[in-house]
Design a protein around this ligand. Structure first.
Ligand code: SF4
Length: 482
């Protein structure tokens, strides 16, 4: 008889962040856009913590992540962990013990079918290999609360959620302002200057608890002085795909959004708010289905999700109104699921779930874009699943101009030349749409251009145009011809 003792695997005991350490510890985070992260820093600091964000991950971060991490991970894992290690290496003069004592890293985590569920342990392994064996990772469960790792130093109360929501929603709005106005501005760089100024003002408002709405009113007034030419015909390109890959502003997607803009496109970037809305929607769906099995627990959780959704929508709508309702409404999650469900089971979670498919269909059925680029990080399982379905969607929607790209850190030229080929078609599509609208309204381009030059109100970027067509120029003709 074999009497060898079986030693079961036990998760290593994690070092906590205690309440006493909060005053001397900086919470690091990263992975979103500059607008989000700067505002998030202000929001976290308003709660009494010290916070800072990491630089945008680049290809050196990717290499560092590969050097210290396990084999076969998806790209965002390598980029984000490599970025953290490079940042900590830059602090090494202070000594490793001091770094481990005075810094923690905060990241979202989730249980689930894709590698996202393994991020936390990947971070720990890579940090250990890089010589930071006692560095603390605080994980924030997307659907729940801080893990025990936090050790009570971080309080996930209503104030925490409110701060988080406010900063993410405001970051989305600053991004949307940039991508919608910048391509049409007459003085190059003006929109970015205004955004930088108000990013700082909003940061201070969030940190000091002063009025965010007042700053948004000021922002709106300042934006009204930027001169734009909305008669410039540009293809509207929507970027979708895996959450991190579509959001990052660095090498992780070859700086895709800014590059598309430099190629003459108007870019539609997915707001983080759509992702929050999706998480709430899918959590609610799950609880509804569990209702018959665990009625009490599910009801409690449904109330919690409902309250969180109300809080989120309250801030989204309040800030949207402060900007004159110019910011686009969030897409209906029910509608996205309805579009996706003939192709993709909406109960499948992990990554973007059915969102990639739903957004692709919505872009063309609801005239939201002339072209869709879907960004799939190398090794991403959910995006591979979606891409399998997208070819069927493309064949069912003849008007779709869709390109899926895989970002591996190299092959940039290859990827960009594929996008350029599709962009050529999208440009043509935008031009055809514009010509059709001109003839529908019996309008002459030169007459409209004269009108625009002689009427300053028409060069105001904050005009609320009707949404009848896909392109901004086509909608502007419709607006001018009322
Ligand atoms: S969605 Fe894809 S890229 Fe993102 S964590 Fe999951 S497997 Fe990795």
């Amino acid at each position: 008889m074999n009497t060898t003792e079986v030693k079961h695997y036990k998760k290593p005991v994690e070092l906590p962040l205690t309440k006493e350490e909060v005053n001397t510890t900086t919470i690091l985070f990263g992975g979103l856009t500059l607008n989000h992260e700067h505002l998030l820093k202000g929001a976290i600091e308003s709660l009494g913590y010290h916070a800072d964000y990491l630089p945008v991950p680049d290809n050196q971060s990717l290499q560092k992540g590969k050097e210290y991490g396990n084999r076969g991970q998806c790209n965002p894992t390598y980029y984000t962990v490599g970025n953290l290690i490079r940042y900590l290496n830059g602090l090494k003069e202070r000594g490793i013990k001091d770094i481990e004592k005075k810094f923690v890293f905060l990241t979202a985590a989730a249980c689930g079918p894709c590698r996202f569920g393994m991020y936390e342990s990947e971070y720990r392994k890579s940090l250990q290999n890089a010589g930071f064996g006692n560095f603390r990772i605080l994980t924030f469960e997307q659907s729940d609360k801080f893990s025990e790792t936090s050790g009570g130093g971080l309080d996930t109360n209503r104030a925490f959620y409110t701060a988080l929501i406010k900063s993410l929603v405001l970051g989305d709005m600053l991004n949307e302002i940039g991508y919608r106005i910048r391509p049409y501005e007459e003085i190059k760089g003006e929109t970015d200057e205004v955004i930088a100024m108000y990013r700082e003002k909003l940061f201070m408002a969030l940190r000091n608890g002063s009025s965010v709405r007042e700053q948004l009113h000021g922002l709106r007034e300042r934006l009204e002085h930027i001169k734009v030419d909305f008669l410039t015909v540009k293809p509207l390109v929507q970027i979708i795909g895996e959450f991190w890959a579509q959001t990052t502003e660095g090498d992780g997607n070859y700086k895709l959004a800014r590059w598309l803009e430099s190629e003459g496109a108007e870019v539609k970037l997915e707001p983080v708010s759509t992702w929050i809305d999706y998480l709430l929607w899918s959590s609610m769906l799950e609880e509804k289905e569990k209702l018959r099995i665990k009625p009490v627990k599910s009801t409690e959780r449904m109330i919690g999700i409902f309250m969180l959704e109300r809080l989120f929508k309250f801030y989204f709508n309040t800030y949207r109104r402060a900007l004159g309702s110019w910011i686009q409404k969030l897409p209906s999650q029910g509608r996205l699921a309805g579009y996706a469900s003939p192709y993709f089971d909406v109960h499948i979670t992990g990554g973007e779930g059915h969102l990639e498919v739903g957004k692709h269909i919505m872009a063309f059925k609801d005239k939201k874009a002339h072209m869709v680029v879907s960004v799939k990080p190398f090794g991403c399982m959910p995006s591979t699943l979606s891409d399998g379905v997208q070819s069927k969607v493309t064949s069912d929607i003849p008007s779709s101009i869709f390109v899926s790209i895989e970002t591996s850190g190299d092959a940039e030229i290859n990827v960009k030349s594929r996008v350029q080929m599709k962009l050529y078609e999208a440009r043509q599509k935008a031009r055809d749409e514009f010509d059709t609208v001109l003839s529908e309204y019996g309008a002459e381009y030169n007459n409209l251009k004269n009108l625009l030059q002689n009427n300053h109100r028409l060069s105001n970027p904050m005009i609320n145009m009707p949404h009848r067509y896909t392109g901004t120029a086509a909608n502007f003709v419709s607006f001018m011809s009322r």
